[in-house]
Ligand binder design. Structure first.
Ligand code: HEM
Length: 331
């Protein structure tokens, strides 16, 4: 077992590493703080989130189906509850273009029944993540740190991608899809494998997908360019005012024995063809002041009993502590 502190040339990325010997190689297990700190360095000196910096808070409702109870005893899936949600555009740049194809769209929401049902999800518009572990995330970010000339080194980024080919898969997925025309015109995935437990104690491995009620609404690259950099908030506002569909059906994709549980860069075999159980409808009803969402974090670990995240997946368990560090930094 190794323990050491690494001080980089960038004052902010003073990171603690805890490493373990595995054969002759050192398998590093980086701390969530380390990842959050390098994200902050890359995200710039703004008091914004270093990921999903640009976004808008909304409120709505979540109405579960009767079928949801066959899978979970969770109070969050018992009755209609209010929802606080935040849509975002990926990266730490609060001015990133809404027409940008290279970054993901984020959807964070809290199902809040005011009691024991509080349940939070932080999803993106891709079925896979761009890294499989916090260690790989730190490497991915460090490869992008600016050098002495103030610019990232394309050779370093290329070398990292070649050594870690799975880190290119999410980008390839996004590049293969049209630019989302609306925050509520694209599917979002929870990515991790969750376990639902029903009242009889039966457990089921699932992945979550939010399927847009409006359908998949995409823009060609030219259409996106013509729309400019800031159209998503107005689009959603107009949609709510005109009572056009502004919500999602939440579905559980059924897992089975042998499904990969801890590599978020991979979809399950035939994931798109899995049985889908409808869990409920989430409807966005109004814009909310951003302070409501900015006053805390959306915490993937906040899940009402009857629903569990993958406790053995470091990528999942690192999220809440990293978000908490980031919250401290942006306040
Ligand atoms: C080691 C794993 C991860 C780390 C260290 C990490 C880190 C972060 C940090 C520091 C923030 C800013 C949080 C805040 O200030 O409130 C953030 C936001 C976000 N992350 Fe992650 N993340 C990880 C994995 C993921 C995964 C797997 C997804 C997608 C399923 C994801 C999606 C998002 C989204 C959508 C936001 C914006 C949240 C918001 O709207 O408040 N992250 N992430």
């Amino acid at each position: 077992m190794l323990s050491r502190t690494v001080t980089s040339t960038l004052a902010i990325s003073v990171v603690s590493w805890v490493g373990t010997m595995s054969g002759s190689a050192i398998a590093q297990t980086v701390t969530p703080e380390a990842v959050a700190n390098v994200m902050r360095t890359l995200g710039g000196p703004v008091k914004a989130r270093p990921s999903g910096a640009k976004g808008q808070c909304f409120v709505g409702t979540f109405t579960p189906t009767a079928e949801a109870k066959t899978l979970t005893k969770s109070v969050a899936f018992e009755k209609a509850s209010k929802v606080v949600a935040r849509f975002s555009v990926g990266s730490g740049n609060p001015k990133v273009m809404d027409s940008s194809k290279a970054v993901n769209r984020g959807f964070s929401f809290r199902i809040d029944d005011g009691g024991k049902g509080q349940t939070e999800f932080v999803m993106v518009n891709a079925p896979i993540n761009f890294v499989k572990s916090p260690d790989q995330m730190l490497g991915f970010l460090q490869a992008r740190l600016p050098g002495a000339d103030g610019k990232p080194d394309p050779e370093k980024i290329k070398a990292f991608a070649e050594a870690n080919p799975e880190t290119t898969l999410q980008g390839k997925y996004l590049a293969s899809k049209p630019v989302p025309a609306s925050w509520v015109g694209v599917s979002y995935w929870g990515i991790h494998g969750y376990t639902m437990t029903n009242a009889s104690g039966a457990k089921q491995l699932v992945k979550f997908r939010m399927v847009p009620l409006a359908g998949e609404l995409g823009l060609t690259d030219d259409e996106a360019k013509a729309k400019g950099g800031d159209f998503l908030v107005d689009e959603l506002k107009g949609r709510i005012e005109s009572k056009a569909p502004a919500g999602f059906e939440m579905v559980a994709l059924m897992g089975r024995a042998g499904d990969e549980k801890t590599n978020a860069t991979q979809m399950w075999d035939d994931e798109d063809k899995r049985t889908q159980v409808k869990l409920g409808t989430l409807t966005i009803t109004a814009l909310e002041k951003n302070e409501t969402c900015d006053g805390g974090i959306f915490d993937p670990l906040t899940l009402a009993a009857g629903l569990e995240g993958p406790a053995d997946e470091p990528l999942f368990t690192a999220r809440q502590p990293a978000y908490a560090v980031s919250f401290g930094q942006r306040n």
